[in-house]
Design a binder for this molecule. Sequence first.
Ligand code: AMP
Length: 514
Amino acid sequence: MLHTDLIAPCAELLRRHAAARASKCAFRDARRSVTYSELAERTGRLAGHLADLGIAPGDTTAIMLPNSVEWVESCFAIARAGAISVPISYDATEPEIAYRLADADCKAVITTAERGDLVGRLKDSMPRLESLIVTDHGVCSAKAASYCKLSSLPPAAAPRDPTSLHDTAFILYTSGTTGRAKGVRLTVHGMLWVAAACWAPITGLSERDVILSPLPLFHSYALNLSVLSVLAVGASEYIMERFSTSETLRLLKSGDFTYFPGVPTMFHYLLQAARADQTTHFPKLRLCVSAGAIMPATLNREFEAHLGVQLLDGYGITETSTMVTMNWPSGSRVMGSCGIPLPGLAVRIVDLQGNDVAPGQEGELIVHGPNVMPGYHNKPDETKTALCNGWYHTGDLARSDENGFLTITGRLKDLIIRGGQNIAPAEIEEVVNKFEAVLDCAVVGVPHEHLGEVPALFVVPRPGKMIDNDALLAHCRKELSAYKVPQVVQMIAEIPRTGSGKIIRYKLREQVKI
Ligand code: AMP
């Protein structure tokens, strides 16, 4: 059932919860917290000040902050000013920041004093970038407005509080695991449709939940679940500045958290740590959800068995305002599958000619529905390629079983083609992850004189364990067709991943020694 009441403008949601649960904590971090009535007041003032600073409807404002309550407040304030949020990773490099600010044509940036000087420098070459707002009292030589004042003093203008749900409200830069990042335009309607069709009806997210969120807020997964959906249902959330295994374990053990969203690597490390300190349950935790990368069946099963809590995998993409499929807590489940399509979404698996493939066959996953992006920012050609007659071409390879359970088998561009035979790196990774001494692994394709490409395997051993390459390869030979067995095995301290848990394959490709 679609929870249509959750699809409403941010200002209306804020008013609704300020009236129904004024003194309830909405968001907190290690430094401060904000109740629903304070959140409504503070974001209203900030939105008015943004208008006073000349931010017009449809203008873009960057949020470049660490995960924090200020991040969330800024996002709602920008929405209430009728402007567009452009989240930028706080850890982004100077060229990455410059590219995003210029590409999205940002008129204002909300950041810390620490980053203020860098933005001040970039401002000189960006005439449209007029305002800098800093959230703390640190030293910043650039001319900046104080977030503290803007959120506490009355503005001249009232918040615009737009009622339209279909205007672009966010421009999110995709992970960019290959090539230059593209700005994905998203709307409040598309984002909250996911809350209404997935998080609330499937995972039961409600005002009774207390969420522990370790996800990077600038990424679509967190913006959708940890920011907008938490507001939509009126829940309470603790925002971690960044994921730390020991801190997550401590908080889940001691706190009253009911709901924990993560990416597969986080669950992997959490399970290791729980085993090491003999933690077998978290008192109030009712559900974990995972998205962002393939959740290996073994990890899913072992996590649930050890900690006695359901871990539901779902498949999401920035271009579809996140979720496309989800596993349900009830009914049958297929481990290793990312679940079934959200009710209300049309999903097909097609071959290179665009014909639907039979169940069990691999093909490209394409999606049509209310959460598909209107397009990329200023990239009409890329938009045309990605959106064909309203169907978003995900570039992901998938298989469906007879009952519609989907499994992601790799990405079109991640495919390794060895002597004409296709190999999905994820398939090899799933097998290698089952090998006792392996903590983590990744597979990349490397050029080969005769075969075109061959798979190279990077492995991280478990602490205190040695990996016997011959035994590992024998294990692979047992589980995989000969052509899929890695040609090269290399030890590595850590697999490079994006904030949302995806393997950064090009970084590994550069490190292969043949
Ligand atoms: P992003 O736009 O950064 O969220 O990346 C989206 C991509 O992450 C998808 O196209 C998939 O390749 C991958 N992905 C997300 N969720 C899953 C999942 N549950 N299983 C496998 N791959 C996933």
